[in-house]
Write a protein that binds this ligand. Structure first.
Ligand SMILES: [Zn+2]
Length: 425
């Protein structure tokens, strides 16, 4: 997640290439069911990370904390708080940050129990089963395929929705769960795909399915997501499950993309929650997304769901500068503003709170010219549930995100239409 900016007490709080990577006008062949089991993740159970609260009267303190390797999760007037490995805490102190409180994650969050009360959320196996069921009940419209493998060898499942063969259609992709503990970001794209299939007779949706090429990858980080609920408890895990050279676990996939990689707000320390990895695209998950995008030059829009804070973010995240293309910037702002009206979320440039480099959207826009947004979904604050907002948040958040999704799918033929005010349907 990336946090919120608004004023008061706002909490924030070996990729495989596709068999046929070229864009075409036929549905993907739904992948056969594989029997392989994924090995259990080897993780150090002794979690030394802490919850740290510090004085942050302005952006300079937030940036100093992020640059020290703290993952900021919560804002209050004059204060910020987040998760830090011991060495990140030491760096933050050395940088002069005024630390007010340090507690263990367990002290801060208690025993984080998961199922059965949150059983509505999909684990990896349930996600795959639901995606296959979707493809089975909509032949000729929906297909399921893998965009590559995770660190531990899990397939990264995608569902494609497009009807008929009409040549090169403009494309859009919805991504979820770059960050393991952000489970709601898997539910929303999955439910959106189901919604389009279930309502395919609706005239507006039928038109979009005929004229657009629509992809959903609801769980970019399945290893981390599975670990986060292992043993029926939440682990507050953010990164993937890479075994780092120093013995720590995980790379922050949303700091691992190759546009501005290695700059501010992305830690070089493997033990930090925001560890950027040893190199740009060092991780199979980010490489798989890259290969998926590069194989489909028809993709015009990308939406990466995260949680939480209720924000709609557009590039850049890695610098305070606006993107240089004035017309595109106008379109970005217009689109973010329209979707903010639909959801009640807050639109802003991604770096408004602090600079963080190597994210999906900076790469998609900077390298590929794809209109790319990060949505920080429900809830608004840690006090409303933070990363674990409960079963009731699923339908509510999905419902709030139908209209923005349809709006973006429609705009995929020419996102610059938004700058001209021509996209209101
Ligand atoms: Zn996130």
């Amino acid at each position: 997640m990336k946090i919120a900016s608004a004023a008061l007490a706002l909490l924030v709080s070996n990729a495989l290439a596709l068999p046929d990577p070229r864009f075409d006008d036929k549905p993907e062949k739904t992948a056969p069911v594989a029997a392989a089991r994924v090995p259990a993740a080897a993780v150090n159970e002794a979690d030394a990370r802490v919850w740290v609260e510090f004085e942050a009267p302005g952006k300079a303190e937030r940036q100093a904390a992020v640059d020290a390797g703290v993952s900021i999760e919560e804002l209050r007037p004059g204060m910020a708080a987040g998760i830090a490995a011991p060495q990140a805490l030491a760096r933050a102190k050395a940088a002069g940050l005024k630390v007010r409180a340090v507690v263990t994650l367990r002290q801060r969050f208690g025993a984080l129990d998961f199922p059965p009360k949150d059983a509505i959320y999909h684990n990896y196996g349930e996600l795959e089963a639901d995606m296959r069921a979707l493809a089975a009940r909509a032949p000729g419209l929906a297909s399921v395929f893998s965009i590559g493998k995770s660190t531990l060898g899990r397939d990264l499942w995608a569902v494609r929705l497009t009807k008929g063969a009409s040549g090169a259609k403009p494309g859009i992709v919805f991504l979820g769960a770059h960050h393991a503990r952000e489970h709601l970001s898997t539910e929303v794209p999955l439910l959106l795909a189901k919604h389009l299939v279930d309502n395919r007779a609706d005239p507006e949706i039928a038109r979009l399915l005929e004229t657009r090429d629509i992809y959903f990858v609801p769980m970019v980080n399945p290893d981390g997501a599975e670990y986060d609920v292992e043993g029926g408890k939440y682990h507050m895990h953010r990164k993937n499950m890479a075994r780092n050279a120093d013995g720590s676990t995980g790379v922050d996939l949303n700091r691992n993309y190759g546009w501005g990689w290695g700059g501010g707000g992305a830690s070089p320390d493997p033990g930090d929650d925001t560890y950027r990895g040893p190199a740009a695209f060092s991780e199979p998950e980010s490489r798989a997304v890259r290969a998926f995008v590069e194989a489909r030059p028809n993709l015009k829009i990308l939406l990466s769901y995260h949680t939480f804070s209720e924000l709609i973010l557009y590039p850049w995240g890695g610098t305070n500068d606006p993107i240089p293309d004035a017309k595109a910037l106008s379109a970005f702002k217009s689109m973010a503003g329209e979707m903010a009206k639909m959801t009640g979320y807050t639109p802003e440039q991604s770096s408004d709170l602090y600079v963080a480099t190597g994210d999906t959207c900076d790469w998609a826009w900077g390298e590929k010219g794809i209109f790319a947004f990060t949505f920080e979904l429900t809830p608004k604050s840690m006090w409303d549930g933070g990363f674990y907002p409960g079963a009731a948040a699923v339908q509510k958040t999905f419902r709030a995100n139908i209209r923005p999704a349809l709006y973006l799918i429609d705009l995929a033929d020419d996102p610059l239409r938004a700058a001209k005010g021509g996209a209101s349907r």
